[in-house]
Write a protein that binds this ligand. Structure first.
Ligand SMILES: Cc1cc2nc3c(=O)[nH]c(=O)nc-3n(C[C@H](O)[C@H](O)[C@H](O)COP(=O)(O)O)c2cc1C
Length: 441
């Protein structure tokens, strides 16, 4: 939630309320007068436990990325892990000494596993072998990694990686279930071709997926219990089998909203037009192509939602005629007749009272931003509108950053130029406050 500078103490109070036992919220200063809470890896103490899997080399990349994002990374390795990757690699990438032994020669006041367990904001076991999973599931404590996992009160993320036959063995599956029962999070391995030349589940996921799950674990879950429907991307209105009418929407804003809402604990359905983006982990994605398909999907799912955000750039027009065969050059005289598509946002505005959801729209404007946004807020019966300036290279379509003005019945608040992910977090801060108010009414 955006907090004014003169209410820094309020910020601290909110921070305490939301994260009673762990200091994992980054209170980011965005502008002189605005603070907000943004989930980030920067400054977090991430303890990475590497075990003896062929995928250990991949985790060297994870450690490098964690360090780039300014996390404070400590690496501990099992004896087997040291046969796959030298501790020196992890030391160079993390910038810290690597922990390989339970019994160290350090001073009596430093007991490595207790210190690592206490410092950790998050313990990540990656790759996690079948052997280590079994030891953790049975509470064994015969090395540094297992002692640290037993001693920590931080969240633990276990990332299995092994041959697919090993992974599907009932003993391994039972041990994974046991770990879940103890409160560990488990990163589901990917399916695909493995180093042993077999195909199936057991591959360690890529960094982007692991990062997202780490951020989900570290986030403040202030959207827990909310069911959020988000639309994203453009639509394509076909003219013939080769051509369509579309727009420049990349889907980045809608996907950032879905990713951050999921991180903050919401159940998220993302209805997306064609984009190059991958469905964020844990989000239910529905892929559509045309405005008509978007309309059908939105109207089917909106009744279960407590919040609906329409970030998609739905085509306002479609070709009135669809040619079954490709239109030939010789038909150059062809006049293209367009017809209007359904105004989905307006239709949602009509339904929202009965269905009980909060309705948020986006407006892409190049001039008279606030006046145009205010018109749309009223005409479409919205609770909140995010007005996008599409006139600058740093905002709107395709850009990685955005600058929006939020407008509701209480007035407008211009947000600073930040990443689309930070913009999404600021929008959620605003929505959380609106939901709190709605609960009190
Ligand atoms: C070349 C090779 C690759 C291996 N890859 C894996 C693997 O991906 N996953 C796994 O669970 N075990 C794998 N193992 C077996 C483990 O290294 C073995 O179970 C070891 O005891 C694990 O010890 P740790 O869990 O203490 O690190 C592999 C063994 C070899 C020789």
């Amino acid at each position: 939630m955006p907090l004014h500078r003169n209410s820094q103490s309020a910020a601290v109070a909110v921070k305490r309320r939301l994260a009673a036992d762990v200091d994992f919220i980054a209170l980011v200063e965005l502008r002189e007068d605005i603070f907000f809470m943004h989930t980030t890896l920067a400054g977090k103490r991430i303890v990475v436990g590497v075990t003896g899997s062929i995928a250990a080399f991949k985790v060297a990349g994870w450690v490098s990325n964690l360090a780039k994002e300014e996390a404070r990374v400590a690496v501990m390795m099992t004896d087997s892990a040291c046969r796959f990757v030298a501790p020196l690699t992890f030391a160079a990438l993390s910038g810290e000494r690597v922990h390989t032994s339970l019994f160290t020669q350090e001073g009596a006041d430093v007991i490595s596993h207790i210190q690592l367990a206490r410092e950790a904001d998050l313990v990540v076991i990656a790759p996690a072998t079948a052997h280590t999973i079994a030891r953790l599931a049975h509470g064994l404590a015969d090395d540094l990694l297992s002692c640290t996992v037993l001693a920590t009160r931080a969240k633990v993320l276990v990332c299995p990686a092994m041959n697919s036959q090993m992974y599907s063995h009932p003993a391994v599956q039972e041990n994974i279930e046991k770990l879940k029962g103890y409160g560990c999070q488990v990163l589901t391995p990917e399916s695909g071709r493995m180093a042993c030349r077999e195909e199936g589940p057991g591959r360690l996921p890529e960094w982007e997926q692991a990062r997202e799950v780490m951020l989900q674990i570290l986030a403040v879950p202030d959207l827990t219990g909310e069911k959020i429907l988000i639309t994203a991307g453009p639509t394509r209105e076909p003219l013939d089998p080769a051509r369509f009418l579309s727009n420049r929407s990349s889907g980045k804003m809608g996907y950032a909203l879905a990713r951050t809402a999921k991180r903050r604990g919401a159940e998220v359905i993302l209805i997306s037009g064609p984009t190059k983006l991958a469905c964020p982990p844990g989000v239910s994605c529905v892929q559509v192509e045309t405005a008509r398909e978007m309309e059908e999907a939105v109207l089917e799912h909106c009744h279960q939602a407590s919040v609906v955000i329409k970030a998609a750039a739905v085509s306002d027009f479609r070709p009135a005629m669809h040619f079954a065969e490709k239109v030939k050059k010789e038909q150059a005289e062809l006049q293209l007749t367009l017809e209007q598509t359904t105004d989905i946002l307006k239709e949602l505005g009509r339904r929202k009272k009965k269905a009980g959801f909060l309705l948020v729209g986006f407006a892409a404007e190049s001039q008279n931003h606030t006046a145009e946004g205010a018109k749309k807020l009223k005409n479409k019966n919205l609770d909140l509108i995010a007005i996008n300036d599409i006139g600058s290279a740093h905002t709107g379509f395709e850009a990685d950053t955005n600058q929006v003005t939020l407008l509701d019945k209480n007035g407008s608040s211009p947000l600073p130029l930040v990443s689309k992910e930070q913009t999404a977090d600021l929008i959620w801060d605003h929505v959380v406050r609106m939901l709190e108010k709605k609960d009190k009414e």
